[in-house]
Design a protein around this ligand. Structure first.
Ligand SMILES: CC(=O)N[C@H]1[C@@H](OP(=O)(O)OP(=O)(O)OC[C@H]2O[C@@H](n3ccc(=O)[nH]c3=O)[C@H](O)[C@@H]2O)O[C@H](CO)[C@@H](O)[C@@H]1O[C@H](C)C(=O)N[C@@H](C)C(=O)N[C@H](CCC(=O)O)C(=O)O
Ligand SMILES: Nc1ncnc2c1ncn2[C@@H]1O[C@H](COP(=O)(O)OP(=O)(O)OP(=O)(O)O)[C@@H](O)[C@H]1O
Ligand SMILES: N[C@H](CCC[C@H](N)C(=O)O)C(=O)O
Ligand SMILES: [Mg+2]
Length: 495
């Protein structure tokens, strides 16, 4: 729902870019807000009937009209039309909503240098780093990310990685109003399929990588790839499309884009090149486009994130050396390879948002790269409920492969039985690894056990929830913060 009470616009002014099948009812309607939820509909509102994953918004048209909605945008008209209501029939309600939301909020993306980041992993890291970088370079900048939304330093809580088209345009309009010249945002695959970003004008797009995730939603890997590629296909000619040349799908992403094609790579010829000199516990040492630079982020995967952000900033017209100087001082996004160290026992906790096989593998590889041979690695990991089930055994297998001990536990079980999820994870544990695995459904107990198992100097990786400060069980979110639980357990166990 719109939070603004000030704007009132004639319906026709919102329809310029909308494909319309038919229009019924009054034409001279004033619109003061947009909603996709019938429960929020009221006089002056446009209600969009969307076909969702769980239910069909068309079922709630009567309810929205009963509550006073002035306009209904739908794909199928209801059998009876209410005389005082305007009905706009369209081939795709989500697409219509994207165009109408952009128009309602005055096309805020056109007043910003808007950069979108897509890919399986690294979106939050890249969008957050670019936001921090642009801030340090002196720009007023907005951020839309999984962790939080921001207008400069003002934090606005996020519910989605990419908000719905109404909320998204409303947030961009607030950024413009606050004087922002730039905005960085994550573009999830769900967002592309649901047209959340359809009517936005991007100045640039970044592709990080594509690996296994969200097959529950997209059905096949090919559909998942098409969703990500759809973002690049929709970029305007004026934008840049910056892709990871080292990723198997990096070039496919650029295949049909009208945007200017640019690449980054650690291994081959590309617009932006980096060479890995050292990946150490104190940070990465890279040579970027010939400039020797030390960074505070750890892990080869972060070399890719840093290079992508560097490339995007240079494509936005920033001075390469100045960009590198600022980037070298930045820390990562919250909950991404974040250390929680016990001074007493020198046990190092690492909280990381690795919730996909590739992310988990990368994080464990990073730990392997920087650990001393004497340090044991104990991994606590689970998989979210009501999400891609195929990744569960794979992630358990990878945890075993990269750790000395593994505690399988719950992530956000949502509406699934945690024991079912854990059974599916256990299926990925090889017989020879069984002895190193414990299964403890209660996440707090699991972290406690991992800390108890840790000897002086050992590493406890707590993966999957990163910055999240809740655990979602049967629709209820209760406070849960991996970082805090780790600290509590260090105290409780005198470590
Ligand atoms: C699977 C998915 O993407 N779901 C999103 C989708 O909901 P849905 O399709 O399930 O909606 P639905 O419940 O079937 O309802 C259909 C329509 O009927 C409407 N309705 C329903 C009931 C009613 O009484 N009245 C009414 O009007 C609903 O408002 C909706 O418009 O549209 C909703 C409105 O935009 C989103 O809030 C919702 O996100 C859910 C909560 C979600 O968990 N989404 C995740 C998977 C997601 O989007 N994740 C990506 C990041 C993924 C990643 O890359 O890691 C993200 O961008 O956040
Ligand atoms: N470039 C990368 N390649 C592979 N793994 C990465 C990369 N960057 C980060 N990761 C891993 O993936 C995890 C998630 O990173 P990040 O939050 O930046 O990704 P995301 O794409 O925003 O994820 P989400 O889709 O959940 O929003 C990190 O905690 C880290 O383990
Ligand atoms: N954006 C991802 C986040 C997953 C985080 C993990 N902790 C989980 O709950 O599965 C999703 O909605 O699938
Ligand atoms: Mg994210």
């Amino acid at each position: 729902m719109s939070e603004s009470n000030e704007i009132t616009l004639p319906l026709f002014s919102l329809l310029a870019d909308v494909r319309i099948t038919a229009q019924h009812g009054p034409a001279d309607v004033s619109v003061r807000a947009l909603t996709l939820n019938s429960r929020q509909a009221a006089p002056g509102f446009v209600f969009f009937a969307l076909r969702g994953a769980a239910t069909d918004g068309h079922q709630f048209i009567a309810k929205a009209v009963e509550q006073g909605a002035s306009v209904v945008v739908c794909e199928d008209l209801p059998a009876t039309l209410s005389p005082g209501t305007a009905y706009v029939q369209v081939p795709d309600s989500a697409e219509a909503m994207a165009h109408m939301a952009a128009a309602f909020y005055g096309h805020p993306s056109r007043s910003l240098q808007l950069i979108g980041v897509t890919g399986t992993n690294g979106k939050t890291t890249c969008a957050t780093l670019l936001h921090k970088l642009l801030r340090e370079l002196g720009y007023h900048t907005g951020l839309l990310s999984t962790v939080q939304n921001q207008i400069d330093e003002l934090v606005i809580p996020a519910t989605h990685t990419t908000p719905d088209a109404i909320r998204l345009n409303e947030l961009l309009a607030r950024m413009v109003e606050a004087g922002c010249t730039h905005a960085c945002m994550e573009v999830s695959s769900h967002a592309v399929v649901q047209h959340r970003t359809t009517a936005l004008r991007f100045a640039g797009g970044i592709f990080t990588n594509l690996t296994h995730d969200h097959l529950d939603y997209h059905g096949t890997f090919d559909n998942y790839l098409k969703a990500k590629k759809g973002f690049f296909d929709q970029l305007p000619k004026t934008a840049f499309a910056l892709s990871n040349a080292d990723d198997k799908r990096g070039m496919v992403m650029l295949q049909n884009t009208p945007a200017r094609r640019e690449t980054y790579s650690l291994r081959s010829a590309a617009t932006f090149r980096a060479k890995l000199i050292e990946n150490a516990v104190h940070g990465l040492h890279l040579e970027v486009d010939g400039h020797d630079t030390q960074f505070r982020l750890i892990g080869v995967f972060n070399a890719y994130n840093l290079l992508a952000v560097y490339g995007a900033a240079v494509l936005l017209g920033e001075e390469p050396l100045e960009v590198l100087t600022v980037l070298s001082g930045l820390l990562s996004a919250p909950g991404r390879f974040e250390p929680v160290v016990s001074e007493k026992s020198r046990v190092t906790g690492i909280v990381d948002y690795a919730h996909t096989p590739d992310a988990l593998e990368n994080v464990l590889q990073t730990i392997a790269d920087i650990r001393q041979p004497s340090q044991q690695v104990i991994t606590v990991v689970g998989c979210g409920g009501n999400r891609d089930g195929a990744k569960r055994p794979i992630m358990a297998g990878l945890a075993c492969q990269g750790s000395d001990r593994v505690v399988l536990t719950s992530d956000n079980p949502r509406f699934e039985d945690p024991n079912d999820i854990l059974q599916q994870m256990q299926a990925g544990v090889k017989v020879q690894d069984l002895a190193k695995v414990l299964t403890i459904p209660d996440r707090r107990e699991a972290i406690k056990t991992a800390v108890a198992l840790a000897g002086p100097g050992d590493i406890v990786l707590v993966a999957g929830k990163g910055h999240e400060t809740y655990q979602e069980i049967k629709g209820v979110k209760t406070d849960f913060d991996d970082k805090k639980v780790l600290t509590d357990m260090f105290d409780l166990l005198g470590k």
